[in-house]
Design a protein around this ligand. Structure first.
Ligand code: FES
Length: 111
């Protein structure tokens, strides 16, 4: 985690469904998918790296989120594309839980 990271409250923890996704917009124009799975919350850019569709409309499974359009899965920790047709990663963000608040660092981890 870099020093001086800019943390932004993006949701209340209970708004993020267990084993599901909450789509949020940060800074007016940054779409982020908050994913809660296996007791953790992850944040990834809510745009597939293959085409401009929302990842938040896909399925969450085994630490990944699957793009609903062509089926590429992305690792929620690294953002890596696990299977084609997507080949590029999606940006991921550090997440911090502070009481009932979910905060995201707007410094992309893997850019
Ligand atoms: S748009 Fe996501 S895999 Fe094609």
């Amino acid at each position: 985690m870099s020093e001086g990271a800019r943390w932004v409250k993006v949701a209340a923890l209970d708004e993020v469904p267990d084993e599901g996704v909450l789509a949020v917009e940060v800074d007016d124009d940054t779409p982020i998918a908050l994913v809660r799975t296996e007791g953790e919350v992850f944040a990834v850019r809510d745009v597939c790296s293959h085409a401009e569709v929302r990842l938040s409309e896909g399925e969450v499974e085994d630490g990944t989120i699957e793009c609903w359009l062509h089926g590429s899965c992305f690792d929620l920790r690294s953002g890596a594309a696990i299977n084609p047709p997507a080949t590029q990663p999606v940006p991921t963000y550090d997440v911090k839980i502070d009481g009932d608040d979910v905060l995201v660092s707007l410094d992309e981890k893997n850019s």
